[in-house]
Design a protein around this ligand. Structure first.
Ligand SMILES: N[C@@H](CCC(=O)N[C@@H](CS)C(=O)NCC(=O)O)C(=O)O
Length: 237
């Protein structure tokens, strides 16, 4: 099984199924096709089209089967490994896990647009407008409800790590990277996701990447730039 992804530092959609496969110890071969200088680079599009008709990452190639769209990939993997609780076993928890994952997949555009995933930077907290605030409020409500109703067995939304956590992993990076701290439950949950071996390994890979894409380097003060080669020129206080 091949999982096709793009730059670890920027590709939040790639992170989701990669983290799921990694946390569940499912063997896969990674194919990383780095973006060109921009996200719509035609050479990148051509290269990626060899794996997926949608021309986006992530994409999964499982023998003759091709799967694209992060949620479809997770469902395909859940079908392949029915013994693994990729979605929660309890039907009530599973219904919520699927609903919030679909909500994540389809929504939160204001947060995603204003705070693109960039694992290298930490920005100071600032007001990012009412639409971003509404997204943050909804996400923290989702996390609180899942943790309170289903989270007793561990630090993740449904206790043990599931596909829902993989879907929200890039949001935890956005919260940490843009100083978004809605409440204690969110802070603890972000820390739990980022303490997984999978997330740590993905982030270490991101910081080692040489590629910079200006579109997702938000032009505002930065508290910390963790990329060793860039820290001196970019950090401001
Ligand atoms: N809905 C898709 C989103 C995939 C997506 O937008 N991926 C980005 C990278 S994070 C991409 O391929 N961008 C390149 C492009 O849109 O041409 C999913 O869930 O997989």
């Amino acid at each position: 099984m091949k999982l096709v992804i793009a730059n670890r530092n920027y590709s939040s959609w790639s992170l989701r199924p990669w983290l799921l496969l990694t946390e569940f110890g499912i063997p896969f071969e990674e194919v990383l096709v780095p973006f060109g200088p921009t996200f719509d680079d035609p050479d990148w599009k051509r290269a990626i089209s060899a794996f997926t008709p949608a021309g986006k990452v992530p994409a999964l190639v499982d023998g003759d089967i091709r799967v694209w769209e992060s949620l479809a990939i997770m469902d395909h993997v859940a079908d392949l490994y029915p013994d693994l609780a990729i979605w929660p076993r309890d039907p009530v928890a599973r219904a919520m896990a699927r609903s919030i994952s679909a909500e994540m997949h389809a929504g939160f555009q204001a947060l995603r647009g204003a705070c693109p995933m960039n694992l290298a930077w930490v920005h100071p907290t600032r007001d990012r407008g009412p639409k971003v605030a509404a997204d943050v409020a909804r996400i923290s409500t989702i996390w609180r409800e899942a943790r309170e109703r289903f989270g007793a067995g561990g630090p993740f939304l449904f206790g043990a790590f599931t596909a829902a956590d993989a879907m929200f992993a890039p949001v935890t990076a956005r919260f940490s990277g843009y100083g978004i701290v809605p409440d204690e439950i969110s802070t603890a949950y972000c820390a739990a996701v980022q303490a997984t071996q999978g997330f740590k390994s993905w982030r270490a890979g991101a910081l080692a990447e040489p590629w910079i894409i200006a579109e997702d380097e938000v032009d505002e003060p930065v508290l910390t730039d963790f990329r060793p080669s860039l820290s001196r020129s970019r950090v401001s206080s």
